[in-house]
Design a protein around this ligand. Structure first.
Ligand code: GLP
Length: 243
């Protein structure tokens, strides 16, 4: 696992973007696994800038997102579909048909999981981008999720709903209780993994992750089982790493 510590969020976002920009330059038809949450927003801004400056094009890039809330219509402002459009897709030349998110619409969520999983298993993700929850979740794989799990519906923990209520007028009752997420197994199938984390709130999870212990209590610790992982953290998120 390669660990890069940056002085602040801006540097983190630039460094993480550089990795993706290089990948897209070298392989213009690459497949990206994308993430939501506040952590990758700065990185997405840098990707948009690289596109606007003519450094890269996304016209042949394909993307698969990690997860999506249940109980929210696709067009809800806090759906991950809306998030991806607002923070990346609407500002670059990626084709709508090349972007994929799990769907939580319709009455048969199991069928939706199966369909998404089938797509994932018939493609090779060149780089999977990840944030990390304060409790160590990746995607929406909460502590205790078996590493062998593939795409499934999961119940969000109170901690995650509490952390994410900031996007829902600070009201936990508006935060969905369930989500569809790629499983850890899907995530580990990617050729390379890039995790970004900033702020003190993430310091404990990052320290546990880099300690090397592999445990289902900390979903992100599964990354220790992959041989091409880069984590980029700012000084605050790195502050509890044992020297
Ligand atoms: C959500 C997402 C994760 C994300 C995490 C951290 O729960 N499902 O993919 O990594 O939150 O979010 P943030 O970056 O806003 O701290």
């Amino acid at each position: 696992m390669k660990i890069i510590i940056t002085k602040d969020y801006q540097e983190l976002s630039e460094k993480a973007a550089e990795i993706i920009i290089d990948l897209v330059k070298n392989n213009p038809s690459c497949t990206l696994g994308l993430a939501t949450g506040s952590s990758p927003i700065g990185l997405y801004k840098n990707l948009i800038k690289a596109y606007e400056d003519g450094v890269i094009s996304f016209k042949d890039v394909k993307s698969y997102n990690l997860d999506e809330y249940c109980e929210l219509p696709k067009q809800h402002r806090e759906s991950y579909y809306s998030f991806m459009h607002a923070n990346l897709f609407d500002h670059i030349d990626i084709k709508e048909e090349n972007t994929h998110l799990p769907s939580s619409e319709g009455s048969d969520l199991q069928a939706n999981c199966k369909a998404y999983n089938k797509m994932l298993n018939s493609t090779v993700v060149d780089l999977q981008l990840l944030g990390i929850g304060a409790n160590g979740h990746i995607g929406f794989n909460e502590p205790g999720t078996p590493f062998k799990n593939e795409t499934s519906v999961i119940k969000l923990t109170d901690k995650t709903r509490e952390d994410n209520k900031r996007f829902f007028d600070g009201d936990i009752n508006q935060v969905p209780k369930y989500a569809i997420t790629m499983g850890i197994k899907n995530i580990l199938n990617a050729k390379s993994i890039l995790l970004v984390a900033n702020g003190k709130n993430k310091a404990e999870a990052i320290a546990k992750l880099v300690s090397g212990e592999v445990t289902e209590d900390l979903p992100a610790s599964a990354l220790n089982l992959h041989d091409n992982v880069t984590i980029i953290v700012d000084e605050e998120a790195a502050s509890l790493i044992e020297k």
